[in-house]
Design a binder for this molecule. Structure first.
Ligand SMILES: NC(=O)c1ccc[n+]([C@@H]2O[C@H](COP(=O)([O-])OP(=O)(O)OC[C@H]3O[C@@H](n4cnc5c(N)ncnc54)[C@H](O)[C@@H]3O)[C@@H](O)[C@H]2O)c1
Length: 319
């Protein structure tokens, strides 16, 4: 049953995934977007002017503002975070604060205002650097202290533990999602697909850091939004954590660069550069749990998703 007639708070709703989720919810629900606009994908949409949308410029570290925004909301989808390796490396302290304390504030606001459901966006990074068909009940892996990449993972994992505690102790109806490499139109943070597509369209070199053998499974944003809606709709989801991604769209970074170059019809060179950060060598999810419990099944294969994404970047860059 599609979600209808609810008031839904999206923290981080101006971001890549949040803005796409908002688009799908606004027809039948009121959506409150609470975001400090550290990133802003809304500028590529016209949803801000939709009568069912309220945009509040606020920070999840501002408890009072967040509590006020949660008043009258039935559902909270908590997406606000400092994400993306480059940003996390620049701001490791803020990363911990926003991702952990921001989640604590969102949970407290949800309890205070008795929301019906709380969706928490965690990350596949909690599995560490070698993830082959990882299932949700498998142990999480923590990397070396001092590596900013793991600062992000730890902040998200600690937030996950907090979310589960609130479910147990306060009976808050929580669901945790672990997204695996989401891409698509309006991605405002920097990621491999964003960077390769922009460079391929501009004719710049596509720079691969390291030997290009790193393996990823790429999830088109519409499939991520479909999975999130299932977590909102299905009662079976409550109290659980779900991997969300597309294991069929698995490719090495070098193959991804070649594919993007071909689909962009680009004359860019593919070059190999030095890698000065910890990377994920292998990351492919198992989505068996989401499939069996929620009926989740990603529909957009890599080539189709890339074609749609490239079209969007082509039209946006030419504006
Ligand atoms: N995109 C992915 O591949 C991916 C993978 C794993 C996990 N995730 C998680 O999914 C969620 C959404 O990711 P996204 O790709 O849309 O990222 P995004 O950066 O585009 O969106 C995050 C939003 O949070 C907002 N924000 C940041 N700090 C804030 C603060 N202090 N107060 C209020 N708002 C703040 C930003 O302005 C941004 O709009 C995040 O929690 C992220 O960690 C995403």
């Amino acid at each position: 049953m599609a979600i209808k007639n609810k008031t839904i708070l999206l923290t981080g709703g101006a971001g890549f995934i949040g803005s796409q989720l908002a688009k799908r919810l606004i027809e039948h629900n009121k959506v409150v977007i609470f975001d400090n606009l550290h990133r802003n994908a809304l500028k590529y949409t016209n949803i801000e002017s939709h009568p069912n949308v309220t945009l509040i410029r606020g920070d999840v570290l501002d408890r009072d503002a967040l509590f006020e925004a949660t008043r009258g909301c039935n559902i909270v989808v908590h997406l606000a975070a400092i994400a993306g390796v480059d940003t996390v490396m620049e701001m490791p302290t803020l990363t911990i604060k926003v991702n952990l304390i921001g989640t604590l504030n969102a949970l407290d606001a949800a309890v205070e205002h008795k929301v019906e459901r709380f969706i928490d966006f965690s990350t596949s990074e909690v599995f560490g650097s070698h993830v082959y068909m990882a299932e949700e009940h498998n142990a999480t892996t923590l990397g070396v202290v001092g590596e900013s990449r793991w600062t992000y993972a730890v902040s998200k994992l600690a937030a996950e533990h907090l979310v589960h505690s609130y479910h147990k102790e306060y009976k808050l109806a929580t669901v945790t999602i672990r997204p695996f490499n989401v891409y698509g139109p309006q991605q405002v943070g920097i990621g491999a697909i964003h960077t390769f597509v922009v460079d391929a369209l501009k004719g710049n070199d596509l720079v691969i850091h390291g030997d290009g053998n790193q393996i990823r499974a790429w999830c088109y944003v519409d499939d991520m939004v479909d999975g999130t809606l299932l977590c909102l709709e299905k009662d079976e989801a409550v109290g659980h954590v779900f991997n969300m991604g597309n294991p069929r769209a698995t490719v090495t970074v070098a193959n991804l660069a070649q594919l993007i170059k071909r689909l962009c019809n680009s004359k860019s060179r593919i070059v190999y550069g030095y890698r000065d950060y910890v990377d994920i060598e292998l990351r492919i999810p198992s989505i068996k749990k989401a499939q069996t419990m929620l009926g989740y099944w990603p529909k957009i294969d890599l080539e189709e998703g890339l074609i749609r994404t490239i079209e969007w970047y082509r039209s946006t860059l030419s504006d």
